[in-house]
Design a protein around this ligand. Structure first.
Ligand code: PLP
Ligand code: ZN
Length: 407
């Protein structure tokens, strides 16, 4: 159950807290693929962790430690299909998780393992979704949470974490180095650092692939995922690989990893024909959650994409905001710009795609504090006795500007 393997250089190891990188090639270690008998597989249970427990490196699942993450909707995007004149478009709503991002699936596995190992302190290097998720699960499970954040991070950015009362440490220095430093701190002070490419987190992410296949009845043809550290994409890939090995699906879908133009180290490595990902020197994007300049799973993502004939695409800030707006006004979905990169990439590639595509919407738009640029904000005020007049005016306004017809 604690056997680990490196999917990059195939080194084998055993699971140890805070030793999550392969000692040979420094890519993240993964739990070994579960060898499992199709005949004995069952899907019963209240939450995803229980339904797919045979695929997890956990001896038991304790419901008390869960916030009922997972089991997120797979939504067919009918309105966008009509608008784009293209069938077979779906969104997996990972933003419907308890703290509004896919990170909960990973944190949920981490806290189960910590209970098994009797570790009472959890840490993470993040200011965004992972920090919020880690702090929430720590509160639920009675753990002490330590968040290492960049100096100067605004209180606003930390509200969705601070509300759970974790220990927050602002660190002045190289943020990339902090990732590696955190494991030293973890070993020294008895904390489990659950960072972006943690192998337990990846076990949670792989369940998203299981759900997509069950919800569709088969594997999709294409899956669009935003990529930063690379942890999420690797986890999803491992999920399809295990289903394939178990004989439950025929083939893995084609992966399309999406990065922001202003920070796209993995896309650049692929375009240059390199087999190693270099560090980006300056970051220039509003998509902060996907702006890891030195992605710890970068080389592995590159290998997975190349070996499986996947694609890596970068999109501009304008393209992701336009896509965010389309998801909102056409489908009623408020996704983070980072998550909307998936639709932006789909729009670029759609003529070349044949079959069903799933956009993984990784985080909710409410995580950003301002209305994105380019959105029309129409705000009216009215006294109750004036409401007829105001309504009348709005209807006339919309007819004259043609807004009504475009909906
Ligand atoms: C909303 C959102 N999407 C995508 C990602 C990228 O995930 P990963 O770092 O695992 O590649 C993140 C990472 O924090 C995120 O917050
Ligand atoms: Zn290795």
């Amino acid at each position: 159950m604690n056997k680990m393997k490196c999917l990059y250089c195939y080194h084998e190891d055993v699971f140890q807290p805070n030793e999550i990188l392969c000692p040979v090639c420094h890519q993240p270690l993964l739990f070994d693929l579960i060898q499992f008998n199709k005949a004995s597989f069952s899907y019963d249970g209240e939450i995803a962790l229980q339904k797919y427990r045979q695929f997890l490196p956990l001896p038991a699942i304790n419901l008390e430690l869960s916030l009922k993450e997972g089991g997120t909707p797979l939504l067919r995007l009918f309105s966008l299909e009509k608008f784009l004149n293209k069938a077979g478009l779906f969104a997996k709503l990972e933003m419907a998780n308890p703290t509004l991002s896919f990170k909960d699936r990973g944190t949920a596995v981490v806290v189960q393992k910590l209970a098994e190992m009797k570790i009472k302190k959890i840490g993470t290097v993040s200011t965004g979704n992972m920090a919020s998720s880690t702090a929430a699960y720590a509160a639920r499970c009675g753990l002490q949470a330590f968040l290492l954040v960049k100096k100067g991070t605004s209180t606003g950015a930390l509200i969705s974490s601070a509300v759970f009362e974790p220990v927050i440490i602002e660190v002045d220095g190289d943020y990339g180095q902090l990732f590696y430093k955190s494991y030293q701190l973890g070993k020294k002070y008895g904390l489990y650092f659950a960072n972006s490419v943690d192998p337990l987190r990846l076990e949670g992410y792989k369940l998203t692939s299981f759900e997509i296949c069950q919800q569709l009845g088969h594997q999709p043809n294409f899956i669009f995922v935003p990529v930063s550290s690379g942890g999420h994409l690797v986890g999803l890939y491992k999920g399809f690989l295990e289903l394939k090995q178990a004989g439950l699906i025929q083939a893995c879908p084609t992966f399309i990893g999406v990065q922001a133009e202003g920070c796209s180290p993995i896309v650049q490595a692929l375009e240059r024909g390199e087999d190693k990902v270099g560090k980006v020197e300056s970051i220039n994007t509003l998509a902060h959650s996907i702006s890891n300049a030195d992605p710890p799973a970068g080389n592995l993502v590159l290998k997975i994409i190349e070996e499986n004939k996947g694609q890596l695409v970068s999109v501009s800030d304008e393209e992701m905001l336009e896509a965010q707006k389309l998801l909102a006004v056409k489908e009623g979905l408020f996704a983070q710009p980072e998550a909307s990169t998936t639709l932006a990439a789909y729009l670029k590639l759609k003529e070349t795609l044949d079959g069903q595509s799933v956009l993984v919407l990784t985080g909710h738009g409410l995580k950003a504090s301002e209305l994105p640029a380019g959105h029309h904000q129409k705000h009216y005020e009215s006294r109750l006795d004036q409401i007829d007049d105001i309504f009348e005016q709005i209807i006339i306004d919309r007819q004259t500007t043609g807004t009504e017809d475009s909906l």
